[in-house]
Design a protein around this ligand. Sequence first.
Ligand code: UDP
Length: 316
Amino acid sequence: MKRILVTGGAGFLGSNLCHRLVRDRNNEVIALDNLFTGRLENIETLMGESNFQFIKADVCDEIDLPVDQIYNAACPASPVAYQKSPTSTTKTCVLGILNMLELATRQNATLLQFSTSEVYGEPVVHPQPEGYRGNVNPIGIRSCYDEGKRCAESLCFDFHREFGTKIKVIRIFNTYGPRMDPDDGRVISNFIIQALKGGDITVYGDGSQTRSFCYVDDLIEGVVRMMNAPQDFTGPVNLGNPGEFTICELAQMIIEKTQSCSKLAFCPLPSDDPTQRRPDIALAGRMLDWQPHIALSEGLDRTIDYYAQLLEAKRP
Ligand code: UDP
């Protein structure tokens, strides 16, 4: 039996990971979440499973339990959500990983940190390899998340060097798919919900900024491979889909797929919104034999189905 703790286990990535891990009956999965952005409905079908347990708690609060592996996915990840209480975001990033690193060290467990492409900030190297040190504004509205996640990476490597803690760090690029909160505020959930309801598609700025979107099942496969990779491979390693699209291209695809009558509405671009982003995933290919398989078009079809069902279920 392997005891696995997933912090942020009711969130978008955390819950998808729990569903994947619970399928293996040799795993005992404990999901921890304070339900700030996580949602119980993401894990309700797991509640009856004998190898699954949910603990409502904050990742920053002290906890002791026997574990072999810790996936630290707890943190609001949508700009709208993490900017609601920026000081809480920094605390979750920094105090949360500190707490989990202490637990991992005590338990001799392996800790995998969910880091982010946001550590690259507004990148001047494109695509971004892991060796690129980034271009982050330390005092902007995104810095609570960007610097919080950078500090978390730094703590992981210092625990590793100082105490021999077993760590692994992944940098996740924009990921989408089922179980993302419809009110999450990120671009794919926003556009799909807007298109399905026939409302305006809110394009921030002129829509020429780019992102590279990874379907959640591909991402989770990479996450699990990284956890189970040889101990000396700590990362950081990029996980994402290198297919790069402008936000206007994305809007157009979603309008076509949903056959929506929605029109584009151009809104002000939030400050420090990165102009371009695309992962260099050569390292993940080499070390984890991993690459994404689900193209944006197919992933959007699946995600549109998910949100269409969700809206249908909510209809009075
Ligand atoms: N975006 C947009 N309309 C929205 C939400 C987001 O045009 O309703 C843009 C946003 O400005 C950014 C891109 O889409 O350039 C991706 O935003 P998201 O919040 O999904 O992720 P992140 O900025 O963290 O990559």
